[in-house]
Design a protein around this ligand. Sequence first.
Ligand code: 5AD
Ligand code: SF4
Length: 441
Amino acid sequence: MATATEKTFYLETFGCQMNAHDSEKVIGTLLNQGYRQVQTEEEANLILYNTCSIRDKAEQKVFHRLNDYKALYKAGKRFGVLGCVAQQEGEKIFERAPYVSLVSGSASYRKLPEMLARLEAGEGRITGLDDRQTEETFETEFTARQNPYRGYITIIEGCDKFCAYCVVPYTRGKERSRTSGSVLEEARRIADLGYTEIQLLGQNVNSYRDPDGKMSFAELLAAVGQVPGIRRVRFTTSHPRDFTRDIVEAIDAYPTLCDHVHLPVQSGSSRVLKAMAREYSSDWYLERISWLKAARRQISLSTDIIVGFPGETDEDFIQTMNLLAQVEYDCVFAFKYSARPNTPALVMIDSIPEAEKAKRLQVLLDRQREIQRSNYAKHIGQTMEVMVEGQNPARAQVAARSSQNKSVNVNWAKPIAPAPGSYMQVRITASHPNSLVAEPA
Ligand code: 5AD
Ligand code: SF4
């Protein structure tokens, strides 16, 4: 139980992996300031939400959560809103939720120690909102890594692409990369901590530009893949516009680079892609896919798709369905278009009825399920190395992941399960559209 004078915080994270990793850095900063992390809002003096505003639903979730716990304010607890909703809504949050004392976007996290000190001194309405044009990245030695088997490293923050539908350039600010030297130093530190898997992060990870001019993205990938002790390197999210052939060559050359690439296409229609300001056509995208398909190892492909973008016709949607059939992704994240504040698409007429968007989404997901059913079944009989992520004692299974990023449930009858982060050889015995079943080999 927290005492009255003790500094305790509760932090909940919404949204993407960038947010999950930002939270690891925020937690580290708070711990270093003498705070203790607790697991419920009730126990905490300071309640923080690291928020997402990518779609309206994500944003609404945050306001519901704030509303659900506002009664705790009377008990002397303070609230802070961090992340994308904070940056997007800014001081309006104080009007909607007057019990909030701190609102900060991710570009201002460098100033958290100072903002926390003001909070502790009793100040209200503290903001960190003015740093979207910053050239600086948020680097801290205090990162409190929460994932027991995967070490995240942000290599590039922000986004300069300005896709017509997307809030990220407005919430995460200008694109800025870390030096390859500091990335490699962090990779070595992560390896020293015992991690064998690293995931490089960025809104457009492959738009990476070394401020020191020493390494391209593909060279950085190769260098991280050669850090002693590192067995798996992942990277997300890649933008097709900056997806160069040397990335595939690096994957070919270094087996530690995982055989999985997430390459969001958003639409199969070049007309819609143009309206989205994606700056590539479907043919251009498919050319990158053909490089990936020609790699030595079979590279698993995944993507993001938006259905019902303003003006998307039946014919446009059919083109997306055709692309789906042609690429045969192993995983697709598909979303109904959601109009977002500040974005260029806001002035386009969101002409497609919600029911039609929902129908297109369902058609797409049903087809994709069949594609995955067939893709995953091809693994039956194969032997592969998986990394243990956890345990499902109720089903006597170990949850693991393949290099291709497929979820593998390994039947496990023994009382003691292998530790998260350990590796084992397994033989695939059955498949589902989203996972594989295996026996230890
Ligand atoms: N509406 C629906 N989906 C969106 N995404 C980004 N912005 C929107 C929006 N306004 C999707 C894109 C992106 C993924 C992270 O979220 O597919 O790649
Ligand atoms: Fe959500 Fe995008 Fe912000 Fe990640 S960067 S938290 S996906 S709005």
